[in-house]
Each structure stands twice: as C-alpha cells, then as structure tokens.
Design a protein around this ligand. Structure first.
Ligand code: ADP
Ligand code: MG
Length: 221
C-alpha cells in the first residue's frame, strides 16, 4: 500500500510539472509560429522548409495541448447537445483531408440522441479516433461511424478497414507515449479515454490484424 501511495504521489508531481511546462511552452510557441508565417510570406520564392517548420510547430502544439488536458482534473463544461451534430462537424473539418487520402467517412445514425456533454472535448475525441482510423489505412478505404442509443446509453463506434492491432499490443493502448507511428505522440487514446471517463462513459477496442479496428465509446445519456 505504501509503495502504491508513493507511486501515485510521484505521478501527481510529474503531472503537475508536465502541466506547468506545457503551459510555459504555449506562448513562445505561438510567437514562433507567427514569425515563421511572416517570414514565409516575405520569402515567397524559397519556401520549401516553411511548411515543414509550421507542421512541426503544430505537432509540438498538439502534444502541449494533450498534456494540458491530461494534467488537469475534470474540466468538462456540460450542455445538452446532439451527438450527431458534433460528429457531423468533425467530419466536415476532416473530410477534405480524407478525400486526398482516398478515404470516405460515413456517418450511420440509427436515432438522434441528445447528450449532456462538453462539445469541444467530444470533438477532440472524434478527431483523435477518426485520425487513428485514417492513419491505419495508408492505401485508403472507408471509416464508418455508427451511433446507437440503448438503455440510457449512447454508443458510438468508429470502424476502419486498416492494419488492425496485434492482440498482445492491445493492452498497451492508452499508455502514455505508446505509439507505433513515425510521427505519433502516443497521447491520443489517453486523452480520449480521460474525456470519455469524465463523461461517465467507457471505451472498448476490438481489432483484427490486417482487417481493421472498431473503437466503441459508451456515454450515459
Ligand atoms: P498515436 O496515434 O499518436 O500513435 P494514439 O494514442 O492515438 O497515439 O494511438 C496509440 C497507438 O494505438 C497507435 O500508434 C497505433 O499503434 C494504435 N492504434 C490506435 N488506433 C488504431 C487503429 N484504428 N488501427 C490500428 N492501430 C491503432
Ligand atoms: Mg492518434
């Protein structure tokens, strides 16, 4: 019991430090991004490195935002909202990018459900899940998002036809910084899980290697 307490204390301190550092990084990072964009406009002719620089700055920003979400206690501001509208919005943002990768995103809704939820946090959840689904299908394919309501629960599944996950790796998902990707940060599922749990819900991942993955979240309505 003592060891366990010590471990929890250590994790709490690491969490507070991560939050403090993440917070300090945000301002200089946004200055860096702004000046990089300015310089890009000035140097119209020779711009091959700017998109890479801006992309990498966005990547740091993504990690910092994830750390800030993970480090804070429950910050959800819940209001009634139709879950389909949230999903539809996320699809409209991602779709142009998906089309370029030969990926179709389909929303299959049985019945519309109103949820007491933090809209921005749930947007983040669906962005994370759809991005993972797309990254699992480098050759293209279909991402199906299926929503159902049953027994005071709203269930949303994000289904892909991608590479799948090896059975012995399933247990590692959601561990901080666990990633199998070149440019992944291994925080997406952890953030997703935290947000869903703060809504009183849960997340289940089913996967068949080489066939695809289905991530299902349940939120009480
Ligand atoms: P990241 O996407 O940055 O790697 P995540 O936390 O989102 O971090 O995911 C962790 C790992 O889980 C991924 O690197 C990948 O190996 C695996 N994974 C998650 N979603 C899927 C999926 N839909 N298909 C295959 N593998 C997945
Ligand atoms: Mg991810």
């Amino acid at each position: 019991v003592y060891e366990d307490l010590r471990r929890k204390e250590k994790l709490a301190v690491i969490g507070q430090m991560a939050t403090a550092v993440a917070h300090e990084i945000k301002n200089p990072l946004s200055a860096l991004k702004g000046f990089t964009q300015l310089q890009q406009e000035k140097d119209k002719g020779d711009d091959q490195y700017y998109p890479i620089m801006l992309n990498e700055i966005d990547r740091i920003n993504g990690i910092v935002n994830d750390l800030l979400i993970l480090g804070k206690p429950n910050t959800a501001i819940k209001k009634p909202k139709k879950i389909e509208e949230i999903i539809q919005y996320v699809i409209s943002v991602i779709d142009p990018h998906a089309q370029r990768k030969d990926i179709d995103i389909i929303l299959d809704t049985k019945d519309s459900a109103v949820l007491l939820c933090d809209e921005n946090q749930l947007k983040q959840v669906f962005i994370n899940l759809i991005k993972n689904a797309m990254e699992a299908m480098p050759e293209g394919g279909t991402v199906t998002i299926r929503t159902k309501t049953k027994d005071n629960m709203v269930e949303v599944s994000v289904i892909d036809e991608g590479c799948g996950i090896e059975p012995d790796k399933l247990a590692k998902l959601g561990e901080p910084f666990y990633t199998t990707k070149q440019s992944g940060n291994g925080l997406g599922l952890m953030v997703t899980k935290k947000i869903i749990e703060e809504h009183g819900g849960g997340i289940v991942i089913d996967s068949a290697l080489g066939k695809g993955t289905q991530v299902t979240i349940n939120i009480p309505s």
